[in-house]
Design a protein around this ligand. Structure first.
Ligand SMILES: Cc1cc2nc3c(=O)[nH]c(=O)nc-3n(C[C@H](O)[C@H](O)[C@H](O)COP(=O)(O)O)c2cc1C
Length: 319
């Protein structure tokens, strides 16, 4: 059992936030399969939320089928991040996560995401101000540092600041997605604090998750890209961690059934035009496990209507 302040999680498995992917319909569809303890939205601009920008409010929306969930904030202004956290607490979210890891130039240019590592004193001040402002657990999602490994040294200050848990992608910002995840640095972070540390990076299977837990002593595992295409990874990994039983092979039929459910939820939530457009990005993940993978990919590039989706399913033999 994992505890983030007053929030108890019934599995050590978390969904990694992924911009344009971990939207509400995807999270709800994943939840239906089980195994997933906590989801987090993609990064949401604190200022946009305070300005009640409709897109930001939509990113922070909750659904009964997706609890507990956290909203991830990014920004570099202490007051804005604190006030946005208060707003989210009033809206009834379960957890607030601070983005300290995003390497995107657009986010870093404003001083947010991984760029916060360039002023560690400010970073800790922001974490403390946000944690003090709300009764909810406040977590951080971070990399190991900007260009060198700094987290094991900074983690105690984050704990002191009131951060309830640390999720760490085991690479520095400078590493991008290259090279191996630094398990030793994740383990050193675990040793430095009492709060739960959640390991993240390159977990592609139940066996990878078990290895990460074993090698680092992490309290939990966060999985991102592997869930795109294999949404069963949380259910299968939980089962493997509990019983040692290896999951059955993933069938094309199971992937298709999930894809149809995910598509229906996406169109329901976003409407037909936006839903179809957003769904195009998910097709390569699913189709990698389907017959006619290339045709799926090519023929859905301009997917615009529900009718087109089902026509394609009929053509490629997927209903
Ligand atoms: C398309 C994409 C979007 C992402 N967006 C976010 C984000 O909004 N916030 C965040 O903290 N991390 C984001 N990440 C990083 C992931 O949460 C995760 O740390 C990273 O992908 C490594 O985990 P994985 O190997 O399991 O995918 C993103 C990653 C990808 C691939």
């Amino acid at each position: 059992m994992l505890r983030f302040k007053n929030l108890t999680l019934d599995s050590p498995l978390l969904l990694a936030p992924m911009a344009e992917f971990t939207n509400l319909p995807f999270r709800v569809a994943l939840r239906e399969l089980g195994g997933l303890a906590l989801t987090v939205t993609e990064l949401v601009n604190a200022r946009a939320l305070l300005e009640l920008h409709p897109k930001a409010l939509r990113l922070a929306a909750a659904a009964a089928g997706d609890r507990p969930f956290g909203v991830q904030l990014f920004g570099a202004n202490l007051g804005e991040l604190r006030d946005a956290a208060r707003l989210l607490a009033d809206l009834g979210v379960d957890l607030i996560d601070l983005n300290l890891g995003c390497p995107a130039p657009k986010v870093n240019a404003g001083g947010g995401g991984a760029a916060l590592w360039r002023d560690e004193a400010l970073l800790v001040k922001i974490a403390a101000a946000v944690a003090a402002a709300v009764p909810l657990p406040v977590t951080v999602k971070t990399r190991l540092g900007w260009d060198t490994v700094r987290l094991p040294r900074l983690a105690p200050a984050l704990e002191q600041a009131g951060v309830a848990a640390i999720a760490v992608h085991g690479r520095t910002r400078a590493q991008g997605y290259g090279g191996a995840v630094n398990l030793a640095a994740i383990a050193a972070t675990v040793s430095a604090v009492q709060i739960p540390v959640i390991g993240n990076g390159d977990v592609r299977s139940h066996a990878d998750a078990a290895r990460l837990l074993g090698a680092t002593g992490c309290a939990g595992v966060m999985i991102g890209r592997a869930a795109l295409g294999n949404p069963f990874i949380f259910r299968d990994t939980r089962c493997y961690l509990q019983t040692g039983a290896a999951p059955p092979p993933l069938t094309a039929d199971a992937v298709l059934r999930f894809m149809h459910r995910h598509f229906a939820l996406t169109v329901d939530f976003f409407g037909e035009a936006t839903g179809c457009r957003l769904f195009r990005k998910f097709i390569p993940g699913y189709s990698a496990r389907l017959p006619h993978r290339r045709r799926w990919r090519v023929e859905t590039q301009r997917l615009a209507t529900v009718g087109e989706y089902w026509e394609l399913v009929a053509r490629l033999g997927g209903d």
